[in-house]
Ligand binder design. Structure first.
Ligand SMILES: [Zn+2]
Length: 419
């Protein structure tokens, strides 16, 4: 039975141990200014005694602190409970084909320490894993965070991932990786609980923990990295899908007349909206000079990254042909996003990922009108489009947030598993 595996996987990390505890903890974390016990009783529907017991447990665990008093009308002022920023930490690692990013996050999603390393070009798994381990240990040492306060390590990587085994399944840009047992190897070498998830999923979770207003409610997180992916959050809860691989949008057709994709269709997101597709179109049109790398499926990610920067710079300098390429990609992206927003009826669309900053101005201007035009509910409401509140390290921050999320967030799925 699939659920057995899911339940076993969950036991890697320390848990709140109780659904009600995570409900109360979650209510506190969503109110940076703090919440009183009375408010928590009203919000949760739990008894005063239960809330009081849970609050005491959270205080004992140093996960929350008492933070001042609030006077509400007549009567005794209420003591507010707030997350204890330094009560717990998590490490996040983002393995991007071009660069690896490491962060240590505190309990409120603040970055305590941060570092970057180039992803080695030779993709020998043992070497990459040794570098990841080294990056984690170095950063923990630099952060001066006590090891017993680190709740775990989250690793975000391009999907698909095999969550049950903690492996990245044949990532297209890491040529020699075939189901490398990443989670188990890192657990052994660091002695910390490790989880592995998709970078787009991590990014969406980062938005809910550290994105502020743009991370509340229901949204589609559109991740612009080496590929384009989507993270889906509905009513504050991440949609993972049954195998943890929800959000694969690469083969949504945005242009039926477009280039042939390796999946056999024409004009998929993968060949119309990705930086690699834009770069290759620009090279064919001689908008930017072609680099010595041949246009192949497994083109070096760093080369694409550099060429994409070049294309965006040329476009910003006023080159009409370069601008057209980016504008068409924006329109195609809007078509794909409209499929998701029509399907899910969300509050907003959030864009982010390592390639986002370079096109953010253009996309925030171009995508909303297209989205309105393609939206089934366009006559009723416009779906707002915003950039991430988390910044460029959203993948690594998200990986650490996944650890916090899995440890502390109530979810309907977990409630079912617990009974
Ligand atoms: Zn395709």
């Amino acid at each position: 039975m699939g659920d057995v595996a899911t339940a076993r996987r969950g036991t890697n990390l320390p848990r709140m141990g109780d659904f009600n505890r995570s409900v109360i903890f979650d209510a506190i974390r969503r109110a940076p200014e703090g919440r009183s016990r009375v408010e928590l009783v009203e919000m949760s529907g739990l008894s005063t005694q239960t809330v009081s017991n849970i609050a005491r447990w959270l205080l004992e665990q140093e996960l929350v602190v008492e933070a001042g008093k609030e006077r509400a009308g007549i009567g005794k002022p209420r003591t507010l409970l707030r997350l204890n920023r330094t009560g717990m930490f998590a490490v996040g690692v983002h393995i991007d084909p071009a660069v690896m990013t490491f962060v240590v996050l505190d309990l409120v999603g603040g970055v305590v320490a941060h570092s970057r390393r180039r992803t080695p070009k030779a993709n020998r798994p043992e070497r990459v894993m040794a570098l990841i381990h080294d990056g984690i240990e170095q950063l923990i040492a630099d952060s001066e965070v006590p090891r017993d306060k680190i709740v775990g390590v989250g690793v975000a990587a391009p999907g698909p991932i095999d969550q049950e085994r903690g492996t990245i399944v044949d990532p297209p840009h890491l040529v020699d990786w075939h189901r490398v047992p990443l989670r188990d190897a890192l657990e052994t070498s660091t002695g910390l609980p490790v989880l592995v998830d998709k970078d787009v999923t991590a990014a969406a979770v980062a938005e809910t923990w550290a994105g502020g207003a743009s991370g509340a409610g229901s949204f589609v997180f559109v991740y612009l990295g080496t590929g384009v992916g989507a993270g889906l959050v509905v009513h504050d809860e991440l949609m993972r899908g049954v195998s943890g691989n929800a959000g694969e949008v690469g083969h949504i057709v945005t242009d039926p007349e477009g280039p042939v994709c390796w999946c056999g269709q024409r004009g998929c997101v993968a060949v119309t909206c990705t930086p690699q597709a834009m770069v290759e179109e620009a090279e064919r049109a001689e908008v930017i000079p072609e680099t010595r790398h041949a246009a192949t499926l497994l083109r070096d990610a760093r080369d694409v990254d550099a060429q994409f920067t070049r294309l965006c710079r040329v476009a910003a300098g006023g080159d009409a042909a370069a601008g057209d390429i980016l504008n068409r990609a924006a329109e195609h992206t809007a078509r794909a996003v409209a499929v998701l927003t029509n399907l899910l009826d969300v509050d907003r669309v959030v864009f982010g990922g390592p390639m986002w900053q370079r096109v953010s101005e253009r996309y925030l201007e171009r995508i909303p009108p297209h989205l309105d035009a393609f939206s089934a509910t366009g006559a009723l409401r416009r779906v707002p489009v915003v950039g991430t509140g988390v910044g460029d390290d959203v993948g690594a921050i998200g990986a650490a947030c996944l650890v916090l999320e899995r440890t502390f967030t109530p979810s309907a799925a977990r409630l079912l598993l617990a009974h």
